[in-house]
Design a binder for this molecule. Structure first.
Ligand code: ARG
Length: 592
């Protein structure tokens, strides 16, 4: 369906044409003086030079042509030559009614359906998820949903850090603690036990212990590096232990991501491409792109137009070990060969931007990525605490994601327990479910409502508030609508039969105009990979709704047509909100 602003512009362009002017001048924008008019057109100002006359003369002539328009209720020419526009209530109503009959409320999805891989999440196996992983998961998941809504085929790949030193650290430390374990018996040729020799809690204790020790004890670190090399080179016992570590950790990761409504189609990681690396390196050498520099194998990626230095992309270290780069490049190779995507999007901390510039250039130069495959880096900013520094626990440690979610949940549970104004008391089960939903909205909306590339302050108090630009505020608004609709039903109204009428006042008209922005909002959210656009749309919609709600008696309205129209407006607001918050990754409870 055509966007509202485009419909309005077209009507204005016709008026310019009828008045004898270039129709291109008739572009309409939202008014920057909403106290004076709803929309405006500045075309007469631009046309003055072309037509050698005062802009107001053009504006007046154009305004005259608008008198019998079905779109404009009023078009005024004001000095020095602006056109102030007010829409007909009937036109806005018809637009909204058409929206409700169209799939996706009339959002015109892109013509070309693309195949897109999103690389997000990026947790490091055996290290607990911390708040740094929250942003990638939430932003990536939302973008995945938005792109699917636009009709694209989207594959989410978690790209775990599962092949590096942390694995060697764990294996080495485990060996110190359990030297008799069969995994370290090099003469052993039998099957290894199916059950892991440790539980998650032990794994979680081993990693920080080993990591700290390796920083103090160079010999210990050397051993861990050896273990890493042995693992990578395929020593059976080490591989078997690695599988156990993976199984135990991945189950935990899945549980954590599930709590955030985040899922992945692919659970690949750096390890998945291990066997691809030697062939890839050979090709790079043969292609003449990779050369030895100070013992290491590198590919130059700087370009003449660079304003900052872009160092060469290192493929192999001087000891022949592969690096983070190497696995990312090999992953591009595999994705190209197996999926041939139109685009690969990386949702990663923006501090890795230069790194990805190197990787992308190297992939293009060496032909790992096709020329027409878009490689896009979506870097996100840091999640800070109230002190403006990266978010920490109260004691100053790295905050585990699990605990953060739990803190918010508890705060939400406390709030709704206090808030029990509803006549029918909530069961314990409902209270918990509700607290969970609201907590999720607080976390997700708190993150997504900021432009992804910016740093933001994670402020539990603000994010959990039922007022202001927050997830809970949106849910509160939706619950309010649900409650009115339920009361209407209880009073015998068939809410399936309510019927929208042209606006009765400013408040319902403003609400309809805001709804009508849905298509434009989706279009820019998709083009710019910007969930924050949907957040802004929702916040405006909720504000418009609440303004309408406070201005209007709905259930006590005596005029039946009016009441029916108001209830219809409620229903549409609710369904647009439901569809939009689902794209962000949360849902509304029945009451709160
Ligand atoms: N594991 C990495 C880290 O914690 C993030 C992975 C990002 N994705 C990628 N394809 N490199 O920094």
């Amino acid at each position: 369906m055509e966007k509202l602003l485009d419909c309005i512009s077209e009507e204005m362009q016709k008026a310019f044409e009828k008045a004898g002017y270039n129709p291109d001048l008739g572009k309409v924008t939202v008014s920057n003086r909403p106290d004076l008019c709803e929309y405006q057109c500045n075309g007469a100002m631009a046309g003055a030079k072309q037509y050698h006359c005062a802009p107001i003369q053009i504006a007046q002539k154009v305004a005259e042509q608008c008198s019998d328009s079905s779109v404009f209720e009023k078009v005024e020419a004001v000095a020095p030559g602006f056109l102030n526009i007010t829409l007909r209530g009937e036109f806005v109503k018809d637009y909204v009614v058409t929206m409700t009959k169209e799939p996706k409320f009339g959002y015109a999805t892109p013509e070309k359906q693309e195949k897109i891989i999103i690389d997000y999440g990026g947790p490091n196996v055996a290290k607990p998820l911390h708040v740094g992983h929250l942003r990638s998961a939430i932003i990536g998941q939302s973008i995945k949903r938005i792109l699917r809504y636009a009709g694209h085929e989207v594959i989410g790949d978690i790209h775990m850090g599962d092949w590096g030193l942390q694995m060697g650290l764990i294996i080495n430390e485990f060996g110190i603690r359990h030297p008799e374990s069969v995994y370290f018996d090099e003469s052993y040729t039998g099957e290894y036990p199916a059950e892991a020799p440790f539980e998650l809690s032990e794994l979680e204790e081993i990693y920080p212990f080993a990591s700290a020790k390796s920083k103090e004890d160079p010999e210990y670190k050397e051993k861990a590096m050896e273990a890493t090399a042995k693992l990578q080179s395929g020593v059976r016992g080490y591989r078997a232990l690695w599988h156990h570590i993976m199984n135990v950790s991945v189950a935990d990761l899945k549980r954590n991501y599930e709590n955030l409504n985040v899922d992945f189609e692919r659970w690949n990681g750096e390890s998945s491409v291990h066997d691809v690396i030697p062939g890839m390196v050979e090709d790079m050498k043969k292609g003449g792109h990779a050369y030895i520099s100070e013992g290491a194998l590198v590919v130059d990626v700087k370009e003449e137009t660079d304003t900052k230095e872009v160092p060469p992309c290192m493929i192999l270290k001087s000891d022949g070990a592969s690096l983070y780069n190497t696995t990312d490049l090999a992953t591009i190779k595999v994705r190209t060969e197996e999926d041939d995507p139109d685009e690969i999007i990386y949702v990663v901390d923006k501090r890795q931007e230069l790194y990805f510039t190197q990787v992308f250039r190297c992939a293009r130069k060496t032909g790992l990525a096709k020329d027409d495959t878009k490689l896009r880096f979506l870097g996100f900013g840091t999640m800070n605490g109230k002190d403006g520094k990266p978010f920490k626990t109260r004691s100053g440690g790295v905050m585990r994601l699990e605990y953060l979610i739990k803190d918010i949940y508890e705060e939400m549970y406390r709030k709704i327990s206090e808030n029990k104004t509803d006549d029918a008391a909530m069961s314990e089960e409902e209270a918990q479910e509700t607290a969970k939903k609201i907590a999720l909205s607080a976390i997700i909306y708190g993150d997504l409502s900021n432009q992804a590339s910016k740093d933001y302050i994670f402020d539990i108090e603000r994010f959990t508030s039922f007022e202001g630009d927050t997830g809970p505020y949106l849910l509160y608004t939706m619950v309010r609508i649900k409650s009115i609709l339920n009361k209407a039903k209880a009073s015998g109204i068939d809410v399936d039969k309510v019927c929208l009428q042209s606006a009765y006042g400013d408040a319902d008209k403003d609400l309809m105009k805001q709804m009508a922005q849905f298509g434009a909002c989706m279009e820019s959210a998709v083009a710019e990979l910007a969930p924050h656009k949907i957040c802004a749309f929702l916040y405006d919609l909720a504000n418009n709704f609440n303004h309408f709600y406070h201005e209007t008696k709905i259930l006590t309205e005596e005029d039946e047509a009016k009441k029916s129209s108001y209830l219809a407006l409620l229903k549409i607001t609710l369904s647009i909100m439901e569809e939009s918050i689902a794209l962000l990754g949360f849902e509304a409870p029945e009451r709160m």
